[in-house]
Design a protein around this ligand. Structure first.
Ligand SMILES: C[S@@+](CC[C@H](N)C(=O)[O-])C[C@H]1O[C@@H](n2cnc3c(N)ncnc32)[C@H](O)[C@@H]1O
Length: 502
């Protein structure tokens, strides 16, 4: 029975029973990948109390029961994430990681790209309010004098849409600048309202922000340009995940790297990463990993079987971490084996196998079979960061199957990435012509219009995408999306709309 004393106690005073915290900790571990062992129950309690208020509950325990009564909705996940994770970040945080970027990674990348694509792709995964992404842009700006002749894509993603909104605005208070030299502030910021500093437009243009839940979403993906990354910064994020989720996330990050791409994690993220078959580049830089160094480990291939259907390409579970080096597959292998390598992020090996299969396979074979191989080859090359070859294979694929919506779609994504917006628009128009209800087609059309500065047209395409999405179940995996669901795309567009993009 409740005593008067109980009733007078506020929720802040009343402890949440350990059994409830324990049950809730397991629940969010499964649903969100967040890791709250016993020693972090204090943090869990504090976060829960604040979240409960936002959900309209006076009593945190009642809120726990309510949250656990059904699978978490998008809204619940986002609210919980905003209270259970910390958005702590600031400009030029963790000097060691940035020194590596400035002194080791960037010079090599710039040197290798200067004579060809002049294109760099960098991902700040778990970017919070954007300071990390802008820091990377500033460092690049200090190193590339002729930056207007380069295409620099720095993409910041986070689970917290309020953070993303702040990142897009680019206004920062004093606390974001602890330890930042005055010359950086003077050179890259201007005074804004309330004593804040605003990031300069030319730095802002190098960076874009989008919603992505690392624990739930599929990546790499062409749709949102999360693939073929030269560098991924994922610092002070992995520590929130349980072991299983961390493994899944790091696998996804690894598969999102171009050949020779770099992964930089934070000092506290180390443990999770070393539990995988991915090994730090060297002793001096334990937070630094590189795709293909040491030699990539090829996944064990099952016995030859009939090629998988196209649908097998879509939602692919992350491959298990590889613990031993199996033999490389033989050249006779075809699409099915290449697909396994592709899904393991071994794009070069997949491409090699497909090239072999295409050059030795009978030319008289079904055109669609050859087209399928070419498509996977184009995807592999694009994921390696080799857009030129990806485009060639994409075009060959379209020549072999000129009714392929997927072919035109991939072609438009690659062209858009290359900054060839006119050509990208032509390709996506073809895809939509072939399938007027092709949801990703309308979405990409919106992205292209946006990239061309045609905001009204972009808004129209995004609204049409939302109309088409409203007819789909939330968990429907969208065609050609590599695992992105209808609900997720809706979310991505809605968050863009909040930032007045739509
Ligand atoms: C401490 S901040 C790190 C910011 C920045 N990377 C840095 O090191 O300064 C952690 C960020 O991870 C984000 N985060 C936590 N779980 C996430 C998830 N499942 N998917 C995406 N972002 C997540 C949080 O919202 C928060 O913004």
């Amino acid at each position: 029975m409740q005593t008067k004393y109980d009733r007078e106690m506020t929720d802040v005073d009343r402890p949440i029973p350990e059994t409830s915290l324990s049950a809730f900790s397991s629940f969010i571990s499964g649903g969100m990948g967040l890791h709250f062992p016993l020693e972090r129950f204090g943090d869990l309690t504090r976060g829960l109390r604040s979240a409960a208020k936002e959900f309209g509950f006076e009593d945190s325990e009642a809120c726990i029961q309510w949250l656990m009564s059904s699978p978490l909705s998008e809204r619940q996940i986002e609210t919980l994430a905003s209270y259970l994770t910390v958005g702590e970040t600031y400009f030029f945080r963790d000097k060691a990681g940035l020194d590596i970027f400035e002194q080791r990674i960037l010079p090599e990348l710039i040197e290798s790209r200067r004579m060809n694509s002049r294109h760099l792709k960098i991902w700040s995964a778990g970017c919070a309010t954007g300071e990390e992404a802008y820091t990377l842009a500033i460092l690049i700006n200090t190193m590339i004098r002729d930056s207007s002749e380069w295409k620099i894509d720095i993409i910041g993603t986070d689970i917290n849409s309020v953070f993303l909104q702040k990142a897009s605005q680019g206004d920062y208070g004093k606390w974001s600048f602890r330890g930042v030299s005055d010359w950086i502030k003077e050179r890259y910021f201007t005074a804004s309202d309330g004593g804040k500093l605003r990031i300069d437009e030319h730095i802002k243009e190098m960076v874009s922000f989008q919603y992505l839940n690392l624990a739930e979403d599929s990546f790499p993906a062409f749709m949102n340009n999360i693939h073929g990354m030269d560098v991924i910064f994922c610092r002070n994020v992995l520590l929130y995940f349980n072991e299983e989720q961390a493994v899944r996330v790091v696998n996804g990050l690894y598969r999102s790297l171009a050949d020779g791409g770099w992964l930089v994690v934070g000092p506290c993220d180390l443990l999770h990463v070393t539990s995988l078959g991915i090994i730090p580049v060297d002793f001096e830089s334990p937070n630094l990993y590189r795709k293909g160094f040491p030699e990539p480990l090829l996944p064990t291939l099952p016995p030859a079987r009939t090629p998988p259907s196209e649908s097998e390409l879509k939602p692919h579970p992350a491959p298990k971490p590889v613990t031993q080096i199996p033999k490389a597959p033989t050249a006779r292998s075809g699409y099915g084996e290449a697909l396994i390598l592709y899904q393991a992020g071994q794009y070069d090996a997949a491409a090699g196998m497909l090239m072999e299969a295409l050059s030795t396979g009978p030319d008289t074979g079904p055109a669609q079979e050859r087209a399928k191989k070419m498509m996977l080859l184009a995807r592999s090359r694009a994921n390696q960061g080799n857009l030129t070859e990806a485009l060639i294979w994409c075009e060959r694929m379209i020549a072999a199957d000129h009714l392929s919506t997927a072919g035109y779609y991939l072609r438009s994504c690659i062209l858009l990435e290359e900054g060839r917006t006119e050509d990208a628009a032509g390709a996506i128009r073809q895809a939509i012509f072939l399938d007027p209800d092709f949801i990703l087609g309308h979405f990409v059309m919106g992205n292209i219009a946006f990239a061309r500065g045609a905001r009204v047209k972009a808004g129209k395409s995004f609204r049409h995408t939302l109309r088409l999405l409203s007819r789909c179940p939330e968990d429907l995996v969208l065609s050609e999306s590599e695992g992105i669901t209808a609900g997720r795309l809706k979310k991505i567009i809605e968050i863009a709309a909040e930032r007045k993009i739509v």
